[in-house]
Ligand binder design. Sequence first.
Ligand SMILES: Cc1cc2nc3c(=O)[nH]c(=O)nc-3n(C[C@H](O)[C@H](O)[C@H](O)COP(=O)(O)OP(=O)(O)OC[C@H]3O[C@@H](n4cnc5c(N)ncnc54)[C@H](O)[C@@H]3O)c2cc1C
Length: 367
Amino acid sequence: MSSHHYDITIIGAGPAGCAAALALRESRLKVALLDKAVFPRKKTCGDAIPGPAIKALHSAFPFFQGEFQKLKEKQKIKNSSIFLENGRSIDYHWKDPAYNIRRSIWDEFLLELVQKHSPTELITGIQIDRVEQEESLKLIPATGHAIISSKMHIGCDGAGSVTAKSFNHRVLDSPETVMAVRAYYRGLKLSGETNHFYVFKKHLPGYFWAFPLGDGIFNLGFGMKARRHGKTGINIKDVLTEIINDKDSFHLFNHAEQLSEVSSAIIPIGGKRGQYSGNRFVLTGDAAHLADPLQGHGIDKAVFSGILAASHAISCFNANDFSAAFNLKYDKMIRTGIEKELRKNRYRQIMLSKCPGLLNIYSLFGK
Ligand SMILES: Cc1cc2nc3c(=O)[nH]c(=O)nc-3n(C[C@H](O)[C@H](O)[C@H](O)COP(=O)(O)OP(=O)(O)OC[C@H]3O[C@@H](n4cnc5c(N)ncnc54)[C@H](O)[C@@H]3O)c2cc1C
């Protein structure tokens, strides 16, 4: 039976795990990044990489800009428009451009940065079944007999985090999720530089999106709060198809040709007071319920929290303190750096679903 000991283990090589591994690259700590998938892997997403995620990676990692410029498969997004049923729209122009990139490509790109620019040991194709707390932490893989242990652990393992489950850790007392679906389409007559959002009164709080990926291909999707979805009993895959085929909706999708199956996944949204750590571990990204309650995006928050988790882990080693009490410093960083903004957006989301007319008023006066 082989045994491998690390200073820090990270489960999950999505945006949060890659950002954490990159931020630990000069720490001289022995770091392992593990993922059950082999990359490139499929990931159900809208593929919209928020501008703040690009900005954060650019300012944290000096090599990012040069490598990102070389990435060909990206669509620059300068504007977003929210279309209302009355024909009006609310339009935004982004100062910091965002990019639409298929997640299979974006996540593989981030992982390649980890391999190229950090001494992290990457172990893919290994599913961790549970994490046990002894003198150090033990990661128990689903198959095989390798023993993986570490002093400190960063849970970047997404929605339904195995780290949180292993420690019976509840991030939020009453967690909320969004249920979302997406598929790839071709043949839409829409701008290739704008992310399009469509709001339908009967599907609030939820929206339909059309995000261009270049070469005439679009990511079309629909998301709605899981509680509402549960109450109404609607099938959101059917809602997506219904909107695309509805000739009265926006007349834009009538000739869309479907290129992929419709796939669904949940988004663990935040905006309430959360507990983001425990003895010897911290949680990031979707594992920490940090997706935005208003728009459903979470790649930016995954990157921010991954970087914060790495900086906190270094301070644990400097202080030789991995206790739950010491890790509350990480909770404080998340509360001020991320949770505060999520709270504001949660209130906005609640207001809009109670008074959808606000969007009409905003479309007349706000820009
Ligand atoms: C339909 C949909 C559309 C979305 N659209 C957008 C969008 O357009 N823009 C945006 O910013 N966000 C969007 N999101 C949210 C976004 O996908 C997430 O917030 C983001 O992926 C979170 O990153 P993460 O690194 O925390 O987790 P993930 O990206 O989920 O990464 C977790 C990783 O952990 C690995 N893992 C999990 N469990 C284990 C285990 N037991 N053992 C080993 N490995 C494990 C997984 O294989 C995975 O690679 C969308 C989500 C959905 C569902």
